[in-house]
Design a protein around this ligand. Structure first.
Ligand code: ATP
Length: 456
Protein backbone atom coordinates (compact mmCIF):
# COMPACT_ATOMS: atom_id res chain seq x y z
CA UNK A 1 0.00 0.00 0.00
CA UNK A 2 1.37 3.42 -0.91
CA UNK A 3 1.98 5.67 2.06
CA UNK A 4 1.16 9.35 1.59
CA UNK A 5 4.28 11.29 0.70
CA UNK A 6 6.09 8.01 0.06
CA UNK A 7 4.68 7.05 -3.30
CA UNK A 8 7.14 5.11 -5.37
CA UNK A 9 8.33 7.15 -8.38
CA UNK A 10 8.27 3.99 -10.51
CA UNK A 11 4.52 3.72 -9.96
CA UNK A 12 4.00 7.29 -11.09
CA UNK A 13 6.30 6.71 -14.07
CA UNK A 14 4.38 3.61 -15.11
CA UNK A 15 0.96 5.25 -14.72
CA UNK A 16 1.84 8.41 -16.62
CA UNK A 17 3.18 6.41 -19.52
CA UNK A 18 0.41 3.79 -19.54
CA UNK A 19 -2.37 6.34 -19.44
CA UNK A 20 -0.81 8.86 -21.79
CA UNK A 21 0.18 11.72 -19.52
CA UNK A 22 3.79 11.66 -20.61
CA UNK A 23 5.98 10.16 -23.34
CA UNK A 24 9.69 10.37 -23.83
CA UNK A 25 10.57 12.86 -26.54
CA UNK A 26 11.43 11.32 -29.94
CA UNK A 27 10.79 7.86 -28.52
CA UNK A 28 10.79 6.12 -31.91
CA UNK A 29 14.42 7.23 -32.34
CA UNK A 30 15.43 5.94 -28.94
CA UNK A 31 14.42 9.13 -27.11
CA UNK A 32 16.17 12.38 -26.28
CA UNK A 33 17.47 12.37 -22.73
CA UNK A 34 15.41 14.32 -20.22
CA UNK A 35 13.00 15.76 -22.79
CA UNK A 36 9.34 14.85 -22.48
CA UNK A 37 6.14 15.09 -24.52
CA UNK A 38 2.83 15.54 -22.75
CA UNK A 39 0.14 13.21 -24.08
CA UNK A 40 -3.62 13.80 -24.22
CA UNK A 41 -4.12 13.72 -20.45
CA UNK A 42 -0.83 15.42 -19.59
CA UNK A 43 -1.56 18.43 -21.74
CA UNK A 44 -4.96 18.83 -20.05
CA UNK A 45 -3.38 18.63 -16.60
CA UNK A 46 -0.71 21.15 -17.52
CA UNK A 47 -3.22 23.53 -19.10
CA UNK A 48 -5.42 23.30 -16.00
CA UNK A 49 -2.48 24.16 -13.74
CA UNK A 50 -1.55 27.14 -15.88
CA UNK A 51 -5.19 28.28 -16.05
CA UNK A 52 -5.54 28.10 -12.26
CA UNK A 53 -2.32 30.02 -11.74
CA UNK A 54 -3.45 32.72 -14.18
CA UNK A 55 -6.94 32.85 -12.66
CA UNK A 56 -5.60 33.34 -9.12
CA UNK A 57 -2.81 35.75 -9.96
CA UNK A 58 -4.08 37.76 -12.92
CA UNK A 59 -7.83 37.39 -13.35
CA UNK A 60 -8.71 37.69 -9.66
CA UNK A 61 -6.31 40.55 -8.82
CA UNK A 62 -6.40 44.07 -10.15
CA UNK A 63 -2.73 44.73 -9.30
CA UNK A 64 -1.19 42.17 -11.68
CA UNK A 65 -1.17 42.20 -15.49
CA UNK A 66 0.04 39.56 -17.94
CA UNK A 67 2.82 39.39 -20.51
CA UNK A 68 4.02 36.91 -23.12
CA UNK A 69 7.56 37.86 -24.05
CA UNK A 70 9.73 36.33 -26.73
CA UNK A 71 11.99 33.39 -25.85
CA UNK A 72 14.90 34.85 -27.83
CA UNK A 73 16.11 38.18 -26.50
CA UNK A 74 18.90 40.65 -27.15
CA UNK A 75 22.18 39.10 -25.89
CA UNK A 76 22.83 42.17 -23.69
CA UNK A 77 19.85 41.13 -21.55
CA UNK A 78 21.88 38.19 -20.25
CA UNK A 79 24.99 40.27 -19.68
CA UNK A 80 22.96 42.76 -17.64
CA UNK A 81 21.14 40.06 -15.68
CA UNK A 82 24.39 38.38 -14.68
CA UNK A 83 23.58 35.12 -16.48
CA UNK A 84 26.55 35.29 -18.84
CA UNK A 85 29.04 35.59 -15.99
CA UNK A 86 27.18 33.92 -13.16
CA UNK A 87 24.62 31.35 -14.32
CA UNK A 88 26.89 28.39 -13.90
CA UNK A 89 27.33 25.31 -11.77
CA UNK A 90 30.74 23.98 -10.67
CA UNK A 91 31.22 20.67 -12.52
CA UNK A 92 33.59 17.75 -12.20
CA UNK A 93 34.34 14.87 -14.60
CA UNK A 94 34.92 11.30 -13.45
CA UNK A 95 38.38 10.18 -14.51
CA UNK A 96 37.24 6.56 -14.72
CA UNK A 97 33.83 6.56 -16.45
CA UNK A 98 34.00 10.12 -17.89
CA UNK A 99 30.56 11.07 -16.52
CA UNK A 100 30.06 14.73 -15.65
CA UNK A 101 28.59 15.69 -12.26
CA UNK A 102 27.60 18.80 -10.35
CA UNK A 103 30.28 19.22 -7.67
CA UNK A 104 27.57 19.43 -4.98
CA UNK A 105 26.08 16.08 -6.06
CA UNK A 106 29.15 13.92 -5.31
CA UNK A 107 29.37 11.05 -2.83
CA UNK A 108 32.30 11.83 -0.51
CA UNK A 109 34.07 13.65 -3.32
CA UNK A 110 33.90 10.64 -5.69
CA UNK A 111 31.79 9.69 -8.74
CA UNK A 112 28.28 8.65 -7.60
CA UNK A 113 28.14 5.98 -10.37
CA UNK A 114 31.47 4.17 -10.23
CA UNK A 115 33.21 5.71 -7.22
CA UNK A 116 36.03 6.94 -9.45
CA UNK A 117 38.28 9.91 -8.77
CA UNK A 118 37.02 13.21 -10.21
CA UNK A 119 38.69 16.29 -11.76
CA UNK A 120 38.90 19.71 -10.12
CA UNK A 121 35.57 21.61 -10.41
CA UNK A 122 35.15 23.86 -13.47
CA UNK A 123 32.34 26.34 -14.05
CA UNK A 124 29.81 25.28 -16.69
CA UNK A 125 27.34 27.83 -18.07
CA UNK A 126 23.79 26.51 -18.17
CA UNK A 127 22.48 28.68 -20.99
CA UNK A 128 21.69 27.04 -24.32
CA UNK A 129 22.91 28.90 -27.39
CA UNK A 130 21.66 29.20 -30.91
CA UNK A 131 22.16 31.50 -33.91
CA UNK A 132 19.84 33.99 -35.58
CA UNK A 133 20.14 34.28 -39.37
CA UNK A 134 22.32 32.31 -41.75
CA UNK A 135 25.72 32.96 -40.12
CA UNK A 136 26.88 30.84 -37.22
CA UNK A 137 29.36 33.27 -35.69
CA UNK A 138 29.62 35.13 -32.39
CA UNK A 139 27.86 38.20 -33.76
CA UNK A 140 24.73 36.16 -34.45
CA UNK A 141 24.69 34.09 -31.32
CA UNK A 142 21.68 34.34 -29.00
CA UNK A 143 20.59 32.44 -25.91
CA UNK A 144 17.44 30.44 -25.29
CA UNK A 145 16.09 32.18 -22.19
CA UNK A 146 16.91 30.30 -18.96
CA UNK A 147 14.04 32.07 -17.15
CA UNK A 148 11.07 34.18 -18.21
CA UNK A 149 11.74 36.90 -15.64
CA UNK A 150 14.05 39.01 -17.80
CA UNK A 151 11.30 39.46 -20.41
CA UNK A 152 9.31 41.14 -17.64
CA UNK A 153 12.13 43.41 -16.44
CA UNK A 154 12.96 44.73 -19.90
CA UNK A 155 9.26 45.49 -20.47
CA UNK A 156 8.84 47.27 -17.12
CA UNK A 157 8.63 50.78 -18.63
CA UNK A 158 6.34 49.65 -21.48
CA UNK A 159 3.89 48.08 -19.10
CA UNK A 160 4.02 50.94 -16.65
CA UNK A 161 3.05 53.32 -19.46
CA UNK A 162 0.20 51.28 -20.88
CA UNK A 163 -1.29 49.94 -17.64
CA UNK A 164 -0.77 53.10 -15.54
CA UNK A 165 -0.41 50.91 -12.46
CA UNK A 166 0.79 52.37 -9.17
CA UNK A 167 3.21 50.54 -6.88
CA UNK A 168 2.83 47.92 -5.64
CA UNK A 169 1.91 46.05 -8.82
CA UNK A 170 3.03 42.95 -10.63
CA UNK A 171 3.56 41.41 -14.06
CA UNK A 172 2.88 37.71 -14.63
CA UNK A 173 4.13 35.44 -17.35
CA UNK A 174 3.99 31.76 -18.29
CA UNK A 175 6.42 30.36 -20.82
CA UNK A 176 9.17 27.99 -21.78
CA UNK A 177 12.70 28.23 -20.44
CA UNK A 178 15.83 26.24 -21.28
CA UNK A 179 18.79 25.19 -19.16
CA UNK A 180 21.58 22.84 -20.11
CA UNK A 181 21.17 20.94 -16.84
CA UNK A 182 23.94 18.51 -15.92
CA UNK A 183 21.86 16.37 -13.63
CA UNK A 184 18.40 16.14 -15.18
CA UNK A 185 16.16 13.34 -14.04
CA UNK A 186 13.30 12.05 -11.89
CA UNK A 187 10.85 12.23 -14.80
CA UNK A 188 10.00 15.89 -15.35
CA UNK A 189 11.50 17.14 -12.09
CA UNK A 190 14.61 18.56 -13.77
CA UNK A 191 14.68 18.81 -17.55
CA UNK A 192 16.47 20.93 -20.13
CA UNK A 193 13.32 22.43 -21.59
CA UNK A 194 10.57 23.33 -19.15
CA UNK A 195 7.81 25.81 -18.48
CA UNK A 196 7.78 28.49 -15.81
CA UNK A 197 5.06 30.58 -14.18
CA UNK A 198 6.67 33.76 -12.90
CA UNK A 199 5.50 36.96 -11.25
CA UNK A 200 7.61 40.04 -10.72
CA UNK A 201 5.84 42.06 -8.04
CA UNK A 202 7.24 45.60 -7.80
CA UNK A 203 7.13 47.73 -4.67
CA UNK A 204 8.75 50.71 -2.98
CA UNK A 205 11.95 49.43 -1.33
CA UNK A 206 10.56 49.86 2.19
CA UNK A 207 7.59 47.57 1.45
CA UNK A 208 9.54 44.62 0.10
CA UNK A 209 10.02 42.55 3.22
CA UNK A 210 6.37 42.62 4.27
CA UNK A 211 5.21 41.76 0.74
CA UNK A 212 7.72 38.93 0.59
CA UNK A 213 6.05 37.37 3.66
CA UNK A 214 2.60 37.80 2.09
CA UNK A 215 3.71 36.09 -1.10
CA UNK A 216 5.15 33.15 0.85
CA UNK A 217 1.75 32.49 2.43
CA UNK A 218 -0.16 33.10 -0.80
CA UNK A 219 1.92 30.72 -2.82
CA UNK A 220 2.01 27.95 -0.22
CA UNK A 221 -1.79 28.16 0.12
CA UNK A 222 -2.25 27.97 -3.65
CA UNK A 223 -0.89 24.41 -3.69
CA UNK A 224 -2.94 23.38 -0.67
CA UNK A 225 -6.13 24.93 -2.10
CA UNK A 226 -5.60 22.83 -5.21
CA UNK A 227 -5.45 19.63 -3.25
CA UNK A 228 -1.85 19.11 -2.06
CA UNK A 229 -1.80 17.71 1.47
CA UNK A 230 -0.53 20.50 3.72
CA UNK A 231 1.83 18.04 5.41
CA UNK A 232 3.57 17.59 2.05
CA UNK A 233 4.54 21.24 1.39
CA UNK A 234 6.71 23.56 3.42
CA UNK A 235 8.76 26.74 3.16
CA UNK A 236 12.53 26.66 3.50
CA UNK A 237 14.66 29.77 3.87
CA UNK A 238 17.89 29.85 1.86
CA UNK A 239 21.07 30.13 3.87
CA UNK A 240 23.37 33.06 2.98
CA UNK A 241 25.72 30.66 1.15
CA UNK A 242 22.88 29.51 -1.15
CA UNK A 243 21.61 32.93 -2.24
CA UNK A 244 21.75 33.69 -5.96
CA UNK A 245 23.77 36.72 -7.05
CA UNK A 246 20.66 38.91 -7.32
CA UNK A 247 18.75 37.85 -4.21
CA UNK A 248 18.46 39.73 -0.91
CA UNK A 249 16.60 36.80 0.59
CA UNK A 250 14.93 33.71 -0.82
CA UNK A 251 12.60 30.93 0.25
CA UNK A 252 11.71 27.72 -1.52
CA UNK A 253 8.31 26.12 -1.46
CA UNK A 254 9.31 22.48 -1.09
CA UNK A 255 7.23 19.39 -1.78
CA UNK A 256 7.76 15.94 -0.33
CA UNK A 257 8.53 14.14 -3.60
CA UNK A 258 9.21 10.38 -3.58
CA UNK A 259 12.93 11.26 -3.54
CA UNK A 260 12.55 13.63 -0.55
CA UNK A 261 11.86 17.32 0.10
CA UNK A 262 12.67 19.21 -3.12
CA UNK A 263 12.08 22.68 -4.52
CA UNK A 264 8.75 23.33 -6.18
CA UNK A 265 8.96 27.11 -6.40
CA UNK A 266 11.45 29.82 -5.45
CA UNK A 267 10.23 33.09 -3.90
CA UNK A 268 13.00 35.69 -3.84
CA UNK A 269 13.37 39.30 -2.86
CA UNK A 270 15.55 40.46 -5.78
CA UNK A 271 15.89 44.03 -4.49
CA UNK A 272 16.41 46.54 -7.31
CA UNK A 273 19.13 44.44 -8.99
CA UNK A 274 17.44 43.68 -12.30
CA UNK A 275 15.82 47.02 -13.09
CA UNK A 276 18.99 48.85 -12.05
CA UNK A 277 21.21 46.63 -14.21
CA UNK A 278 18.97 46.99 -17.29
CA UNK A 279 18.98 50.78 -16.78
CA UNK A 280 22.79 50.76 -16.63
CA UNK A 281 23.35 48.36 -19.53
CA UNK A 282 20.79 49.89 -21.93
CA UNK A 283 21.46 53.51 -21.01
CA UNK A 284 17.67 54.03 -20.79
CA UNK A 285 15.92 55.28 -17.70
CA UNK A 286 14.18 52.35 -15.99
CA UNK A 287 12.43 53.84 -12.97
CA UNK A 288 9.13 54.77 -11.37
CA UNK A 289 7.95 58.26 -10.42
CA UNK A 290 6.91 58.11 -6.79
CA UNK A 291 4.29 60.80 -6.22
CA UNK A 292 4.68 60.60 -2.45
CA UNK A 293 8.35 61.50 -2.38
CA UNK A 294 8.32 63.42 -5.69
CA UNK A 295 11.31 61.33 -6.81
CA UNK A 296 12.17 58.74 -9.42
CA UNK A 297 12.92 55.46 -7.68
CA UNK A 298 13.99 52.01 -8.76
CA UNK A 299 11.40 49.63 -7.31
CA UNK A 300 12.29 46.48 -5.40
CA UNK A 301 10.82 43.24 -6.66
CA UNK A 302 9.46 40.05 -5.12
CA UNK A 303 9.61 37.09 -7.48
CA UNK A 304 7.47 33.97 -7.02
CA UNK A 305 8.92 31.63 -9.65
CA UNK A 306 7.26 28.25 -10.16
CA UNK A 307 7.74 25.39 -12.60
CA UNK A 308 4.69 24.07 -14.46
CA UNK A 309 6.21 20.64 -15.00
CA UNK A 310 7.40 20.27 -11.42
CA UNK A 311 3.96 21.35 -10.18
CA UNK A 312 2.31 18.82 -12.47
CA UNK A 313 4.58 16.10 -11.05
CA UNK A 314 3.75 17.17 -7.49
CA UNK A 315 -0.01 17.28 -8.16
CA UNK A 316 0.19 13.84 -9.79
CA UNK A 317 2.21 12.36 -6.94
CA UNK A 318 -0.02 13.82 -4.26
CA UNK A 319 -3.19 12.67 -6.04
CA UNK A 320 -1.95 9.08 -6.36
CA UNK A 321 -3.70 6.68 -3.98
CA UNK A 322 -4.06 2.95 -3.80
CA UNK A 323 -6.81 1.27 -1.82
CA UNK A 324 -8.48 -2.09 -1.60
CA UNK A 325 -12.10 -2.23 -2.69
CA UNK A 326 -14.81 -4.35 -1.02
CA UNK A 327 -13.61 -7.45 -2.85
CA UNK A 328 -10.01 -6.91 -1.91
CA UNK A 329 -9.03 -5.74 -5.41
CA UNK A 330 -6.61 -2.86 -5.81
CA UNK A 331 -8.20 0.47 -6.74
CA UNK A 332 -5.78 3.11 -8.03
CA UNK A 333 -7.25 6.60 -7.86
CA UNK A 334 -5.81 9.94 -8.84
CA UNK A 335 -7.63 12.17 -6.38
CA UNK A 336 -7.07 15.35 -8.37
CA UNK A 337 -8.80 18.52 -7.32
CA UNK A 338 -11.71 18.80 -9.81
CA UNK A 339 -10.21 21.96 -11.30
CA UNK A 340 -7.04 20.07 -12.20
CA UNK A 341 -8.56 16.78 -13.34
CA UNK A 342 -7.81 16.32 -17.06
CA UNK A 343 -11.23 14.79 -17.74
CA UNK A 344 -14.13 16.07 -15.62
CA UNK A 345 -16.92 13.70 -16.64
CA UNK A 346 -17.19 10.22 -18.18
CA UNK A 347 -20.45 9.28 -19.91
CA UNK A 348 -20.96 5.54 -19.55
CA UNK A 349 -23.92 3.67 -21.04
CA UNK A 350 -24.60 0.73 -18.71
CA UNK A 351 -24.54 -1.68 -21.62
CA UNK A 352 -23.38 -1.60 -25.22
CA UNK A 353 -26.89 -2.48 -26.38
CA UNK A 354 -27.99 -0.29 -29.25
CA UNK A 355 -31.11 0.92 -27.46
CA UNK A 356 -29.02 2.91 -24.98
CA UNK A 357 -26.65 4.51 -27.48
CA UNK A 358 -28.84 7.36 -28.83
CA UNK A 359 -29.67 8.79 -25.39
CA UNK A 360 -26.11 8.24 -24.10
CA UNK A 361 -24.62 9.97 -27.17
CA UNK A 362 -27.09 12.84 -26.85
CA UNK A 363 -26.07 13.32 -23.22
CA UNK A 364 -22.39 13.10 -24.16
CA UNK A 365 -22.84 15.78 -26.83
CA UNK A 366 -24.53 18.11 -24.40
CA UNK A 367 -22.15 17.56 -21.45
CA UNK A 368 -18.99 18.01 -23.53
CA UNK A 369 -20.10 21.53 -24.47
CA UNK A 370 -19.32 22.40 -20.84
CA UNK A 371 -16.60 20.05 -19.58
CA UNK A 372 -13.80 17.83 -20.90
CA UNK A 373 -15.75 14.59 -21.25
CA UNK A 374 -15.01 11.02 -22.32
CA UNK A 375 -17.46 8.46 -23.70
CA UNK A 376 -16.73 4.84 -22.91
CA UNK A 377 -18.96 1.86 -23.67
CA UNK A 378 -16.43 -0.96 -23.64
CA UNK A 379 -16.21 -3.69 -20.98
CA UNK A 380 -18.05 -3.92 -17.67
CA UNK A 381 -19.17 -0.82 -15.83
CA UNK A 382 -16.83 -1.69 -12.94
CA UNK A 383 -13.80 -1.79 -15.25
CA UNK A 384 -14.80 1.53 -16.77
CA UNK A 385 -15.13 3.12 -13.34
CA UNK A 386 -11.62 1.91 -12.49
CA UNK A 387 -10.20 3.29 -15.72
CA UNK A 388 -11.68 6.68 -14.93
CA UNK A 389 -10.52 6.48 -11.28
CA UNK A 390 -6.99 5.89 -12.48
CA UNK A 391 -6.96 9.10 -14.52
CA UNK A 392 -8.75 11.08 -11.81
CA UNK A 393 -12.12 11.77 -13.49
CA UNK A 394 -14.30 13.22 -10.70
CA UNK A 395 -17.69 12.08 -12.06
CA UNK A 396 -19.15 9.25 -14.09
CA UNK A 397 -22.62 9.60 -15.63
CA UNK A 398 -24.37 6.27 -16.19
CA UNK A 399 -27.18 5.92 -18.69
CA UNK A 400 -29.27 2.77 -18.08
CA UNK A 401 -32.44 1.17 -19.40
CA UNK A 402 -34.58 2.98 -16.83
CA UNK A 403 -33.18 6.26 -18.20
CA UNK A 404 -35.13 5.55 -21.39
CA UNK A 405 -38.33 5.51 -19.31
CA UNK A 406 -37.77 8.28 -16.73
CA UNK A 407 -35.17 10.47 -18.46
CA UNK A 408 -32.91 10.28 -15.41
CA UNK A 409 -29.27 9.27 -15.11
CA UNK A 410 -26.92 8.50 -12.23
CA UNK A 411 -23.86 10.50 -11.23
CA UNK A 412 -21.10 8.47 -9.57
CA UNK A 413 -18.53 10.23 -7.40
CA UNK A 414 -14.88 9.14 -7.85
CA UNK A 415 -13.81 9.52 -4.22
CA UNK A 416 -16.76 8.11 -2.25
CA UNK A 417 -18.04 5.87 -5.10
CA UNK A 418 -21.54 7.01 -4.01
CA UNK A 419 -24.21 7.75 -6.56
CA UNK A 420 -27.19 10.03 -7.00
CA UNK A 421 -29.88 9.98 -9.66
CA UNK A 422 -30.86 13.20 -11.41
CA UNK A 423 -33.16 14.28 -14.24
CA UNK A 424 -31.26 14.77 -17.51
CA UNK A 425 -32.46 18.39 -17.58
CA UNK A 426 -30.62 19.00 -14.28
CA UNK A 427 -27.44 17.12 -15.26
CA UNK A 428 -25.13 19.89 -16.51
CA UNK A 429 -26.07 22.31 -13.70
CA UNK A 430 -25.62 19.59 -11.07
CA UNK A 431 -22.23 18.53 -12.47
CA UNK A 432 -21.10 22.16 -12.49
CA UNK A 433 -22.07 22.62 -8.84
CA UNK A 434 -20.41 19.35 -7.80
CA UNK A 435 -17.22 20.31 -9.67
CA UNK A 436 -17.34 23.61 -7.78
CA UNK A 437 -17.36 21.68 -4.51
CA UNK A 438 -21.04 21.14 -3.61
CA UNK A 439 -21.39 17.91 -1.55
CA UNK A 440 -22.74 14.96 -3.54
CA UNK A 441 -25.76 14.49 -1.27
CA UNK A 442 -27.18 17.93 -2.09
CA UNK A 443 -29.84 16.92 -4.61
CA UNK A 444 -31.25 18.97 -7.50
CA UNK A 445 -35.07 19.16 -8.00
CA UNK A 446 -36.30 15.66 -8.88
CA UNK A 447 -33.03 14.05 -7.74
CA UNK A 448 -32.74 11.06 -5.42
CA UNK A 449 -30.17 8.90 -3.65
CA UNK A 450 -29.22 5.78 -5.54
CA UNK A 451 -27.90 2.52 -4.27
CA UNK A 452 -25.76 2.33 -7.31
CA UNK A 453 -24.65 -0.24 -9.78
CA UNK A 454 -22.38 -2.93 -8.65
CA UNK A 455 -18.80 -1.72 -9.16
CA UNK A 456 -17.73 -5.11 -10.48
P1 ATP B 1 16.87 23.26 -9.12
O1 ATP B 1 18.25 23.60 -8.62
O2 ATP B 1 16.02 22.50 -8.15
O3 ATP B 1 16.84 22.61 -10.47
P2 ATP B 1 16.60 26.14 -9.36
O4 ATP B 1 16.86 26.59 -7.96
O5 ATP B 1 17.67 26.27 -10.36
O6 ATP B 1 16.05 24.62 -9.35
P3 ATP B 1 14.91 28.36 -10.01
O7 ATP B 1 15.92 29.01 -10.83
O8 ATP B 1 14.56 28.92 -8.67
O9 ATP B 1 15.27 26.81 -9.88
O10 ATP B 1 13.59 28.20 -10.91
C1 ATP B 1 12.27 28.38 -10.44
C2 ATP B 1 11.44 27.13 -10.63
O11 ATP B 1 11.48 26.69 -11.98
C3 ATP B 1 11.89 25.94 -9.81
O12 ATP B 1 11.36 25.98 -8.51
C4 ATP B 1 11.32 24.77 -10.60
O13 ATP B 1 9.96 24.57 -10.30
C5 ATP B 1 11.42 25.29 -12.02
N1 ATP B 1 12.65 24.76 -12.65
C6 ATP B 1 13.88 25.30 -12.63
N2 ATP B 1 14.75 24.55 -13.33
C7 ATP B 1 14.04 23.52 -13.82
C8 ATP B 1 14.36 22.40 -14.63
N3 ATP B 1 15.59 22.23 -15.12
N4 ATP B 1 13.38 21.52 -14.95
C9 ATP B 1 12.12 21.69 -14.50
N5 ATP B 1 11.75 22.73 -13.72
C10 ATP B 1 12.70 23.64 -13.38
Amino acid sequence: MAEPGKVDMDKIASLVKRRGFLFQSSEIYGGLASCWDYGPLGVELKNNIKREWWRTNVQQRDDIVGLDASILMHPSVWTASGHVSGFADPMVDCKLCQKRWRADHLNDGRCPDCGGEVTEPRMFNLMLKTFLGPLEDDAHQVYMRPETAQGIFVNFSNILTVSRKKLPFGIAQIGKAFRNEITPGNLTFRTREFEMMEIEYFTVPGGAEELHQEWLDDRLNWYVDLGIDKEHVRLRRHGDDELAHYAQSCYDVEYLFPMGWMELEGIANRGDFDLRRHGEESGKEVSYYDELSGQHIIPYVIEPSAGVDRSALAFLTDAYTEELDEKGDLRVVLRFHPRLAPIKVAVLPLSKKETLAPLAKEIYTSVRQHFMTQYDDTQSIGRRYRRQDEIGTPFGVVVDFQSLEDNQVTIRDRDSMKQIRVPVAELVGTLQRKLDGEPLDVLPPGGSYWLGFDES
